[in-house]
Structures are given as C-alpha cells and as structure tokens.
Design a protein around this ligand. Structure first.
Ligand code: FES
Length: 280
C-alpha cells in the first residue's frame, strides 16, 4: 500500500509532465510556421504533393523572411553607345600627330647633320702654332731681330725669324717657292725650329751666326740652309707674306720643306766659333 501510494503520484506527475512537453512542442512548431501557412498550403508548396516536413517549412519561412529583408535588385545602367570623337573638338588627330612627329624628328636630324657638316667645313679657330701668326710690322721685326743678335725667337709659332739679304734675292727666286719668297722679298724668313734630322729644337749660335743643333751637330746658316751635320736638308720654312699694312704674316700651318743639301744662296760663312763642334 505504501508503494502504491508513492508510485501512483509519481506516475501522475510524469504523465502530466509528458503531456505538457507534447503541447509545448506543438506550440513551438506552430509559432515557427509562416503566417497563414496551413496544412493545405504545405501540401501545395511540395512539388511532389507530399506533405512538407517541419524542417522544410522552417527553411522556407527563413528564406521568405530574407527575401523580404533584402533590398530590391536594381538593374545595371545601360551602356552608352560609342560615338566617334569630333576631330575639330580634339584639335589634332592621331594621324596628324604621327605625321607631325615624323616630320619634326626628320627636321631635327637633318638640322643636326647640317650643323655638323658646317662645323666640319668651317675653318677652325686656331691661334698660335698651326694658325697664321701676325708677327708685326716688317720694319719693327727687323729692328727686333737685330736687337736679338740676328735671331728672333717666336715661341707662339715655334719659329725663328731672321733677315734675308736683299743681294741674295735673285738666286733665291730660282730656289725657293712663292710661299717662302713672299717673306724673303720683304727681307725676312720664318724657320721652323724643329731640326729636319730627328726633330730636336735647333738653337741659334750667336758667335757663328748659324743655327747649330745640339743633338747630332747639324748646322744651318742664318736663313736655314744646311752647312753641315747629318740633317738631310735645310731647315723647314713656313709660308710667309706681307699684307697691305706692311705686317709680316707667318702661316705656321703650312710648312715648306727645307732646300736640299748644297743650297747656299747667301754664301754666309761662320762669323765666329761654332757652338756645337765644328762644321764638316
Ligand atoms: S736632330 Fe738635329 S742634328 Fe740630329
């Protein structure tokens, strides 16, 4: 009796709990269904006509809510049709641009080439050796030569200037070229100070009044004609002339080879002791 008294209330309580749980579940399902959904609509939503499960109904309800929350789809704007650009508005078309570029580059290249050719053909602006040296007035030069014991050294033109005797001019006209005679006629000669033997700088010798090379002993008279030594010829001359103002011009860019061995237009013998050895 005591057992029954305990079991019966327990079973009753369990039955009540079970009934409450069943009802609770039914309420939950009802609440999760979309509004207005009925057994008939569930049947209609199933494509096969089979009744939908509770999970499917829930999914459908969720999708329906999302669809309601999503913003309406906006159609993308239609593309504008292509219209050919107005060349007048642009100013320069692509073809014009290419043509003008080609012409411009060709003009630039030809201009550069022309400038290079002009620079190549134009006489170079040279001073000193290699150019025409204006030594000054003839009379003044003669005074300077005498003041320097017969030999005027002009380092600017790497030359010696000496006097040429007027008495020797007739013979000189038969021996020397017009380039050299241009200065000789005025009584002056311009000699390249480089020895024609092996290139030493030839100094003057005041005592002998000759040029005497210290390297191998070649000797030349006062106008550069060979008097002794191993040199193959006389000293080289520069082309000379006298302009309308009476100035002695020496073209140091134009070297006239010295006269052959044996040339002696002035008959000038050594006027004193030689500076280098003895003349052969
Ligand atoms: S370099 Fe002048 S004599 Fe030889």
């Amino acid at each position: 009796m005591i057992v029954l008294a305990i079991v019966i209330p327990l079973l009753t309580v369990a039955a009540v709990i079970l009934i409450l749980a069943v009802y609770q579940r039914r309420d939950t399902r009802r609440a999760s269904r979309p509004r207005g959904a009925s057994r008939r609509s569930r049947k209609a939503a199933s494509p096969t006509g089979a009744p939908l499960s509770g999970r499917e109904v829930e999914r459908a309800a969720v999708l329906a809510r999302r669809a309601a929350d999503e913003p309406p789809a906006v159609a993308p704007p239609a593309e504008a049709p292509w219209v050919k650009p107005d060349e007048e508005a642009i100013g320069v078309s692509r073809r014009q641009f290419l043509n003008r570029s080609i012409v411009g580059f060709m003009t630039l290249g030809l201009s550069g080439f022309g400038a290079s050719m002009l620079a190549f053909l134009w006489p170079p602006f040279v001073t000193g050796f290699g150019s025409v040296v204006n030594a000054g007035k003839v009379d003044e030069i003669k005074t300077q030569v005498r003041g320097e014991n017969g030999f005027l050294k002009v380092p600017e033109g790497r030359m010696w200037i000496t006097e040429y005797p007027e008495s020797a001019l007739p013979e000189a006209r038969e021996v020397y070229s017009r380039d050299v005679l241009g200065g000789m006629e005025s009584g002056l000669v311009a000699l390249y100070w480089k020895c024609p033997h092996l290139g030493c700088t030839v100094p003057s010798c005041v005592s002998s009044q000759w040029f005497e090379c210290p390297c191998h002993g070649s000797k030349y008279n006062q106008v550069g004609e060979k008097r002794g030594g191993p040199a193959p010829r006389g000293m080289d001359h520069f082309a000379t002339s006298v302009n309308e103002r009476g100035e002695f011009l020496v073209n140091t860019g134009k070297i006239i080879p010295g006269r052959p061995v044996g040339t002696d237009t002035t008959r000038q013998e050594a006027q004193g002791p030689n500076c280098i050895g003895q003349a052969e």
